[in-house]
Design a protein around this ligand. Sequence first.
Ligand code: ZN
Length: 208
Amino acid sequence: MDYYGSSIGRLIGSLKSLPGIGEKSAQRLAFHIISMPEEEVKSIADSLVEARRSVHFCKYCGTLTDDEVCPICLSAEKGRRNKRQIMVVENSRDLAAYEKTGRYDGVYHVLGGAISPMLGIGPNDIRLKELILRLEDGDGKCCVDEVIIATNSTVEGESTAMYIVRLIRTLELPVKITRIASGVPVGGDIENVDEVTLERALKGRTEL
Ligand code: ZN
């Protein structure tokens, strides 16, 4: 039953469709929003639409960016970062977490998720093909020294890591494959890990 007016009911419904927002949080946010000055609400709405419209995926690494090429890939193009070292992460938030450590000067590859049979996400649903394409230059020669697999320590993250290793081995690409160390807690999301732990995990990575 709709206890509130239909427009607040619709607002609660829309907010609930966001990840991590349950019925209670949606109600709390909805009531907060209707108590705000109209100008402020409009500014939030505009920034939502504007972000959705102008943000797209970097044509090289797949991270979210306003331009065709993200600032990290751009600086790699200019020779300021090591293009021959690619760190594979699940999403842009993980990339941001590693960037915050300030200790990594390679480039990234953002998968846009992890393989999860439970959620119906298969290898073709994440940016694996694009990763393989980046490992070879135009002549089919390997142009990368190291692929650092930094997917989360969750079941999905681990099986994605295994899949990538198998894929690269099958193609017989002469590239070193490493996995970040276990400093990242098992079952933990990289974005929630502190910078020191991430830096240690990166330093202590092991070859697969
Ligand atoms: Zn990029």
